[in-house]
Ligand binder design. Structure first.
Ligand code: HEC
Ligand code: HEC
Ligand code: HEC
Ligand code: HEC
Ligand code: HEC
Ligand code: HEC
Ligand code: HEC
Ligand code: HEC
Length: 420
């Protein structure tokens, strides 16, 4: 059953959604028991979340729906643009989705705004066909055709995601009463809604779950979220019914088998533009201890330090022992590098200038060594493929010159400016 609440407003306004109160499902008779995560606001560091639990006999489908807000601007000043208007709107909807609300704000050529907004409840997926044929959309469409309409902003709120048909015999034979989702996560806050439906489509369970993916690209605060280490015996049990979680001693010696286990969940970590060869070759257990508690802590007693990386990078160790070592590199390589892979060259966690600026705000904001000298941007004249930046003049690990300079100060200008 779908309710469309048709609203014509002049203000640009979204109406709140008519949702069953989640507290209502919070009683003992809940149709879903969530095993992992335990909390409903969890911090993760990799681009995935696991949502695992069990359901009651009468549940026919379980859904994990991602909350998505989309904003799009479509030009409508020409007739051809108005002709493809309906198709452009249709293309905004993903394959499987529930419409929460849609709002159109038209701009007229005299600069005025006219808005149309619609809200739907979530008892069933909205029938998009019915939506296109609704009086609401017809009115919107007719409006878009007017000569004076210049552009439209569309705000779409949807829930979208996979539906598990857990009622089928095949499903129950294989997984019994367990369900598992592993949604890919974006940096920052990811909001999901977990639902259980009976065979008639009635909602038996609804609650919301949030993951915060920590990453350099996430700027919001993760306050209110807590970490739940996955590789603890208690948590691993929840995944262990379907995945191999704990390698035995023979497996630990065999890289191929380690790959088989870890790749089920950790492939995204090593599928990046530049990858660290030990990780790309699934030598995970060279750095992570399969017998630690929690499992897969780094060797070296869980205190990570630069020594750990320098075992394999003696050339870098040498630099950190020069006359002008970089204190940051002596402390920790992972301030700047990701141990697995990165979308940038040299496994860098970020672009060089912002990376340095995170500790050297003043130097990064003050053009030097001469007035007006750029500090980032152009191509580096010394190394092909390297963007020009702080690391063009300073060695990020250490050097024998003052201020970590790569060249003696008296020679350095000429290294790049052949003219002088
Ligand atoms: C009921 C069985 C079941 C349980 C329990 C289960 N999984 Fe899975 N999981 C699967 C299946 C089956 C696949 C493979 C799906 C495929 O290959 O399409 C999978 C795949 C995955 C993937 C890879 C998804 C991808 O897109 O490649 C991740 C990550 C994952 N599971 C995490 C977990 C975590 C974490 C747990 C425990 C908290 C867990 N799973 C528990 C059945 C389960
Ligand atoms: C069933 C899926 C699954 C399998 C199989 C799996 N992991 Fe994980 N692992 C996870 C999830 C989920 C997390 C938590 C994600 C997060 O915090 O970002 C995690 C976290 C980790 C962490 C971080 C621990 C921490 O304290 O932050 C390490 C290291 C790790 N896994 C290593 C491994 C290795 C090595 C293997 C293979 C031997 C492996 N994992 C197999 C799902 C899996
Ligand atoms: C060269 C050593 C090294 C290798 C090889 C390695 N890791 Fe790591 N891993 C680390 C370090 C160091 C950290 C801690 C990073 C941090 O705290 O920022 C880490 C952290 C992690 C995390 C936590 C999430 C993150 O990105 O910080 C996961 C998950 C993980 N490793 C899984 C794996 C898997 C799976 C493999 C094999 C494909 C692997 N690691 C191979 C050194 C390594
Ligand atoms: C077990 C040995 C080993 C350990 C431990 C190790 N590395 Fe590496 N690292 C390698 C190898 C092998 C390469 C690839 C050879 C090369 O290109 O120089 C590499 C390459 C690199 C590169 C250069 C990538 C490029 O594109 O040129 C960086 C940066 C790096 N490692 C950082 C680290 C950091 C940070 C750590 C600690 C978290 C670490 N390594 C720990 C073996 C190791
Ligand atoms: C302050 C940031 C920073 C720290 C800390 C840092 N690096 Fe780097 N590292 C860089 C940058 C930037 C580059 C790229 C330099 C370039 O483009 O020439 C780099 C390059 C490298 C390379 C590639 C070889 C080379 O010389 O270009 C390796 C290997 C490496 N780092 C390892 C390490 C290890 C090991 C540590 C810890 C002991 C470490 N780094 C600490 C910023 C850092
Ligand atoms: C995690 C913090 C951190 C990061 C990131 C960092 N540094 Fe540093 N840097 C330090 C510390 C700590 C010192 C030593 C204390 C000081 O002299 O300010 C230092 C010292 C220096 C010095 C010597 C200053 C002097 O007066 O002798 C230079 C130059 C420098 N860093 C450049 C860089 C560059 C270039 C980058 C980026 C590739 C960078 N730093 C990234 C922490 C950092
Ligand atoms: C064109 C070469 C060049 C570039 C690019 C460059 N620096 Fe420098 N930097 C120098 C020289 C030369 C000095 C020492 C003379 C001076 O202080 O002007 C210096 C000094 C410094 C110092 C020490 C300041 C002090 O008070 O002693 C820091 C810190 C520093 N640079 C950081 C950075 C950072 C961060 C970037 C990138 C945003 C950067 N540098 C880009 C050449 C450069
Ligand atoms: C690692 C290479 C590098 C080094 C070392 C270097 N520069 Fe530059 N310099 C550049 C780049 C790149 C630009 C910007 C592109 C261009 O204009 O060629 C630039 C631009 C300049 C400019 C023009 C700035 C403006 O007003 O537009 C001057 C002047 C200059 N550099 C002087 C110096 C002096 C003096 C030194 C030595 C203290 C020096 N540079 C060291 C790479 C370097």
């Amino acid at each position: 059953m779908v309710h469309l609440i048709l609203k014509f407003t002049t203000a640009f306004l979204l109406t709140t959604l008519l949702l069953p109160d989640p507290a209502h499902f919070d009683d003992e008779e809940s149709a879903i028991e969530l095993w992992y995560p335990k909390g409903n606001a969890v911090i993760v560091r990799t681009g995935m979340g696991g949502v695992v639990g069990a359901f009651e006999e009468n549940v026919a489908s379980v859904q994990l729906l991602r909350e998505l807000d989309q904003h799009s601007s479509l030009p409508l000043q020409r007739m051809t643009q108005k002709d493809v208007f309906a198709k452009s709107i249709r293309d905004l909807f993903p394959a499987h989705c529930f419409l929460r609300s849609i709002a159109f704000a038209f701009t007229l050529s005299n600069g005025k705004q006219e808005s149309r907004s619609l809200t739907a409840t979530l008892e069933a997926p909205i029938d998009l066909k019915a939506f296109w044929e609704s009086d609401f959309f017809k009115a919107v469409y007719a409006f878009a055709y007017q000569k004076s309409v210049f552009a439209v902003e569309v705000d779409l709120q949807i829930w979208s995601g996979p539906v598990l048909d857990v009622g089928s015999e095949a499903y129950r034979d294989r997984y019994m009463n367990k369900f598992a989702f592993s949604p890919a996560l974006e940096p920052g806050r990811n909001v999901f809604h977990l639902r259980a439906l009976d065979p008639e489509g009635n909602v038996l369970h609804l609650d919301s779950l949030q993951f915060f993916m920590q990453s350099d690209a996430a700027s919001e605060s993760d306050a209110g979220f807590t970490a739940e280490p996955l590789h603890s015996p208690e948590q691993e049990e929840f995944c262990g019914g379907c995945h191999t979680m704990v390698p035995d001693d023979a497996t630990i010696q065999n890289q191929g088998e380690v790959k088989e286990i870890c790749s089920a969940c950790h492939t995204p970590l090593v599928s990046q533009t530049s990858s660290h060869s030990p990780a790309a070759e699934w030598e995970c257990l060279m750095c992570h201890d399969a017998n630690s508690s929690p499992r897969y802590s780094l060797y070296t007693d869980q205190t990570y330090d630069a020594e750990f990386c320098m075992q394999c990078h003696p050339d870098i160790q040498e630099r950190t022992e020069m006359q002008s070592p970089h204190a940051a590199a002596q402390m920790s390589c992972i301030n700047c590098h990701d141990a697995h892979g990165s979308s940038r060259r040299k496994l860098l966690k970020g672009d060089v200038k912002p990376l340095c600026a995170s500790c050297h705000e003043d130097a990064a904001a003050t053009p030097h060594p001469v007035n007006n000298h750029p500090l980032a941007g152009a191509a580096d004249p010394l190394v092909e493929g390297r963007p020009f930046s702080c690391a063009s003049c300073h060695d990020p690990h250490g050097s024998n010159e003052a201020k970590l300079l790569r060249e003696p100060f008296t020679k350095m200008c000429r290294a790049c400016h052949k003219i002088w």
